[in-house]
Design a binder for this molecule. Structure first.
Ligand code: ADP
Ligand code: MG
Length: 178
């Protein structure tokens, strides 16, 4: 069993519903989701003008191998309507592998730990909530330390509890879809 951390983000359509459906699909696809961070509303970073994101981090346990995990994640992205139109452009759902235990992976398809997590406040803030003392397997810095020294000062706003999930996260959404 390996403990993994995933970053999920959405900035198109019913963003909260996409996050919730992605968690349900992760559960159905072989991940034992242990904890889910609060939802954060975050300023888009990158080259394009686009809507704000909702971001979360998920802690899970799995027996899937890293490449199997990537395939599951990409299947979920496709099923939830993700189209790669522009690089770093708007998306219904983006799921990135942040950590896979203490493994270091450098393959054509996969780099773990995620190489840009230190430069992304939208990853570090929700991750801090779940695992402040977790150490990065390469730099050996904790998430608290990484958050304190990140050069990213974009806006990341934690939603109030009342603004978060309407029901249990991970339950498949019901009702009409936009
Ligand atoms: P981004 O998340 O950087 O905006 P994409 O989601 O389109 O971009 O992912 C592009 C590619 O990144 C994927 O096809 C995948 O093979 C690769 N990749 C490399 N490392 C990771 C990782 N740790 N998590 C998820 N995808 C990764
Ligand atoms: Mg991605």
């Amino acid at each position: 069993m390996h403990t993994i951390y995933l970053s999920l983000g959405s900035n198109l359509g019913d963003r909260k519903d996409y996050l919730s459906r992605a968690i349900a699909e992760l559960r159905a696809g072989g991940l034992d989701v242990k904890r889910v961070s609060s939802i954060y509303e975050t300023e888009p970073v990158g080259p394009h003008s686009q809507p704000w994101f909702l971001n979360i981090v998920v802690e899970a346990e799995t027996e899937l191998f890293p490449t199997q995990l990537l395939e599951r994640i990409q299947g979920i992205e496709l099923r939830l309507g993700r189209r790669r139109i522009v690089d770093q452009g708007p998306r219904t759902i983006d799921i990135d592998i942040l950590f896979y235990g203490n493994f270091q992976i450098h393959s054509e398809r996969l780099t773990v730990p995620h190489p840009r997590l230190e430069q992304r406040r939208f990853v570090l803030e929700p991750l801090l909530e779940l695992a402040p003392d977790l150490r990065h397997p390469i730099s050996h810095l904790t998430i608290s330390e990484l958050r304190a020294s990140t050069p990213d000062h974009s806006t990341v706003r934690r939603l109030d509890p009342a603004e978060r999930w309407h029901e249990n996260p991970g339950r498949p959404a019901t009702g009409p879809r936009p």
